[in-house]
Design a protein around this ligand. Structure first.
Ligand code: MG
Length: 393
């Protein structure tokens, strides 16, 4: 039996990871970390019987125990709270593999600790690499930790790059679905409602990443993620819009050959690949049915209509702490949009405001990254208040 811990177990990736674990059968779940969905965590705990769970705060811990006892689940696991709890999950002594699937910056320190502890990390939390890819990859090199990408594009690139020599690879090509506003006008995007933005055409995901997909910031964050996972410069990472999401990503070789990975749009594929690598095992998914695919199309991303993608490239080229500032500003802006405080088109404006105020520094230690994150959030709130006042919504 292999021992596994899951950070963010009640989210979309966490729930799918547990389904994969059940399918594979030879895993023991030792620890689960969740935020506030206590009914779900109680259900997962009763089923998988981890030794340790982590929840957001003491109130959540009480709710969790109530929900857990309602299920008649027997002895309760040890409960930890907050970041300390997530770190305990990430570094649990028995766990060989950690699924890092919390959303946003909250997963940053716990994931770094898991890397320092030399774990195998199935990484779904892209913000971690965006904030401090250099720190994370150096820590992994020092501890021998393995970073296996769960993000479908990076998982695809990982598959395409297997057995290839880096000097023979000309560039990485990330595919993007284009999100729900690919064919919409600027005005339509400007006036998009929360419901329209949350209506992703191909993938079922959490709210934050779905909004990031609508603005194409998700693809921008993924370009930065790819830079650190595979050590290619920004100039050698391209993005192509592919609305069917059948090709999950591609690599272009120096001789012009393109190697692509195709598959169904279900995250369980990528999660299982990350867990069983270097082996492949049959999964629980229906195979890709070519009779149902009428066409595969590709187009250039429109960086003017979707300025978030251009901002992410800019932040990566500036380097240092700039991507961490971009990420923090984006998290604040996306939450404000989800709370109906700003329009979708304000998101890139808030990010630009924060980037203009940020003096990038080299990412030499954890404190610099955390300071950047905190300062960028403050500046994002200043910009947000101005935007909310101006648009009066
Ligand atoms: Mg992705």
């Amino acid at each position: 039996m292999k021992a596994i811990s899951i950070l963010g177990s009640t989210g979309s990736i966490g729930c799918n990871a547990l389904k994969v674990v059940e399918h594979l059968g030879d895993y023991r779940v030792v620890a689960l970390g969740a935020g506030r969905n206590m009914a779900k965590l109680a259900e997962q705990t009763a089923r998988f019987q981890p030794e340790l769970v982590s929840v957001e705060n003491e109130d959540c811990a009480e709710t969790f125990l109530r929900e857990f006892h309602k299920l008649g689940g027997g002895a309760a696991p040890k409960i930890e709270t907050g970041e300390k709890g997530l770190i305990a999950i990430a570094t649990h002594e028995a766990a060989e593999t950690i699924v890092s699937a919390t959303v946003g910056a909250i997963g940053f320190v716990p994931t770094l600790r898991a890397i320092e502890a030399g774990k195998r990390i199935a990484l779904a939390n892209k913000e971690t690499l965006v904030m401090a890819g250099e720190l994370m990859t150096k820590a992994a090199a020092a501890s021998g930790a393995e970073l296996l990408p769960v993000d479908s594009e990076h998982n695809a690139l990982h598959q395409c790059l297997r057995g290839e020599t880096k000097k023979e690879v000309k560039r990485l090509i990330l595919t993007a679905s284009g999100g729900p506003f690919r064919t919409k006008s600027r005005l339509e995007i400007e006036n998009a409602t929360r419901e329209q933005a949350l209506n992703h055409p191909n993938w079922k995901m959490g709210d934050k990443i779905t909004i990031d997909s609508a603005t194409l910031m998700n693809k921008g964050l993924e370009v930065i993620e790819a830079r650190w996972l595979f050590d290619f410069p920004a100039e050698e990472i391209g993005v192509v819009v592919h609305p069917q999401s059948v090709v999950h990503s591609m690599i272009e070789m120096v001789d012009g050959s393109i190697i692509a990975q195709l598959g169904v749009t279900d995250m369980k594929h990528a999660i299982q690949y990350a867990l069983t690598f270097p082996e492949r095992q049959p999964n629980c998914l229906e195979p890709l049915d070519f009779r149902k695919i009428s066409q595969l199309t590709f187009e250039e991303p429109d960086m003017e209509k979707f300025p978030c993608l251009a901002l992410a490239y800019k932040a990566l080229k500036i380097g240092g702490t700039m991507p961490a500032a971009l990420n923090a500003a984006n998290e604040i802006a996306v939450q404000a949009f989800l709370d109906d405080k700003i329009r979708l088109s304000e998101i890139p404006k808030i990010i630009e405001f924060v980037m203009n105020r940020h003096q990038p520094q080299p990412v030499s230690n954890l404190e610099i990254v955390l300071e950047t994150d905190a300062q960028a959030r403050k500046n994002a709130i200043i910009s947000l208040e101005k935007s909310a006042l101006a648009t009066k919504i």
